[in-house]
Write a protein that binds this ligand. Sequence first.
Ligand code: NAD
Length: 487
Amino acid sequence: MLFPPFRKPTVWGYHMTADLSFFDQVNKNFDRAAAMTEHPPGLLEQIKSVNSVIHFTFPLIRDDSSLKVIHAWRAEHSQHKLPTKGGIRYAANVNEDEVMALSALMTYKCAIVNVPFGGAKGGVKISAHEYSVGELERITRRFTFELNKKNFIGPGLDVPAPDFATSGREMAWIADTYMSLNPHDIDAMGCVTAKPVGQGGIRGRVEATGRGVFFGLREVCIIVEDMRALGLTPGLEGKRVVVQGLGNVGYHAAKFMQEEGGAVIVGMIEYEGSISKPDGIDVEALMAHRSETGSILGFPGAEDLPSRDVGLELDCDILIPAALENAITMDNAPRIKAKIIAEAANGPISSDASAHLFERGVMIIPDAYINAGGVTVSYFEWLKDLQHVRFGRMEKRFVESSSRKLLSAIENSTNRIFSDQEIAEIAKGPGEIDLVNSGLEETMIEAYHEIREIKCAKGDNVDLRTASMIDAIDKVAVSYRELGVFP
Ligand code: NAD
């Protein structure tokens, strides 16, 4: 099927209002996609609604003995499949609307990449860097206690993961707290994902979201007619890329784009400013520079740009916003020069900016698809925790010995002698990391073609965001229809 170019003549669907809340924006996208489906209004309303949301307040005794009241939220957007799944973020601007919006995106994201979970999200309203490690641990353990008390956590109920300013460390605290509160639950380890490997985690989870961004973009860029429509050559090799946010997602996306895709990282944007280097920024060297100096600025050979946000406007082929939501709004969208924007962060483009960019022929790879690598590998981790055995453990040796027998049979019948290195490479049995990466690659490729096919079928006026939302709505609708509740 021919893929229509990412250009369209008229405005559709989006309203150019700048002050919609994040959840309103997600719902606006939902409504536009829903209007292109045949599902009854009641079913669509059910899919769109947040099933449960809870606001916690609890005290923290700070290191200086003062008392701080902590606000935290957990939203379970859709329990059409259990457990629900979604990260916990620590940020000063966390609020109920944001947590609900992100939980809804998780429902759609899981559906898009065929991960059998409902969507959820949690947030704690703190600037993590203003708290000591001990204080963060007390906050995390108390939040877990509150979630457990209200039945908002559990391997079959609701399974958190990291998000902005949280990582494996916080996940290990959550697992430890949950397990001490539920000592008889043999599957307790599956209450949270992205744990350190020694604490029930899985190899490949830390880098999974960034690796998924790379797999997704590689698939996007391989399709000749789509690249022609954008005036680009097929393939990632040599593509000029700008990345915003050098955290977990941005760093890994940049690293894999550079090391495995052959892309050239021409710009980087971090909290402290932005830099440009048209002949390419060595990502590892920049990370080393930042940990030594505390800043990406002053990186040898790169130009420090006058402001942080001007980096988003650099001339490039692919822009990867991987920091926070609303990085691109109508304030800067008219100056964005990228031809492809991969929404590695959640909600980095406001809905009016999204419409404007689509009008201009920019291809936006939506967050609900492109940053789904994390939840995909979290799903693999959850399966590992439930089956209590590492992937590859049962079959690695068996595959190796069968392959060696096959090679030996080939040698005997053809007189072709394989070198030790060839045998080691060909007969290698899959370890956990191989299976995880292969499962992630398959997931990202398959899901992209599913949404692209919907886009092709719906025609020029439909962007990938709408196509992916139609995909998600159709899949969640199937679940509800199978319950027999809706006709
Ligand atoms: P992180 O905390 O590891 O990294 C975020 C980075 O963005 C930090 O380095 C921070 O300094 C930088 N940053 C913050 N504000 C900035 C600004 N205004 N300009 C430039 N840089 C800025 O967080 P993360 O886990 O990488 O998450 C980033 C985004 O990706 C979030 O939107 C999150 O919801 C989304 N996401 C994360 C995952 C995951 O597995 N971690 C999965 C899916 C989506």
